[in-house]
Design a protein around this ligand. Structure first.
Ligand SMILES: [Zn+2]
Length: 155
């Protein structure tokens, strides 16, 4: 009999569901650690036996049903909430688009005299993106031109 073997059986022994065997009794006498664990487990079991589960408040059911009735009574309010959310999102999207549009337009108009923004800021990033976009637009124009020339050369 070793400590692991007896500790597997300990909950049953502590709960009084089974008596310790002769080997287990011998081990408990010789092993202070296991004896202490069994004593602690028995104390916990006793405490659990004495513990009274608290009764729910007598008003719990009444209040729960009142809450449920309240929620059921306002289907229109929740329907409006669902309707408002997409509208708000759409409004924010439009506002964001207008803001970006204004920023880009103003940046383009003021471009020649505008001092270059500090590197690493959001403004400089946007300026870089805009420059790149203009460059790629030119490339696309060139592509179209080449294609047209090809078509004209080989009809
Ligand atoms: Zn032991």
């Amino acid at each position: 009999m070793n400590c692991n073997q007896i500790r597997e059986r300990m909950p049953d022994v502590a709960a009084g569901l089974s008596k310790p065997t002769a080997d287990e009794g011998k081990h408990l006498e010789s092993c202070a650690a296991c004896a202490e664990q069994l004593r602690a487990m028995r104390a916990t079991m006793t405490l659990l036996d004495e513990w009274q589960v608290p009764e729910p408040s007598p008003y719990f059911d009444v209040r729960l049903q009142a809450r449920l009735r309240e929620e059921m009574a306002k289907p229109q309010a929740s329907w409006l909430q669902w309707f408002r959310r997409p509208v708000l999102a759409a409004a924010l999207t439009v506002l964001f688009g207008v803001g970006v549009g204004l920023f880009v337009t103003r940046g383009r108009i003021a471009d020649p005299g505008q001092p270059v923004a500090e590197v690493g800021t959001a403004v400089s990033d946007l300026q870089t993106l805009e420059k790149n976009h203009e460059m790629y637009s030119d490339f696309e124009l060139l592509d179209d031109l080449d294609l047209q020339q090809d078509v004209e050369a080989n009809p």
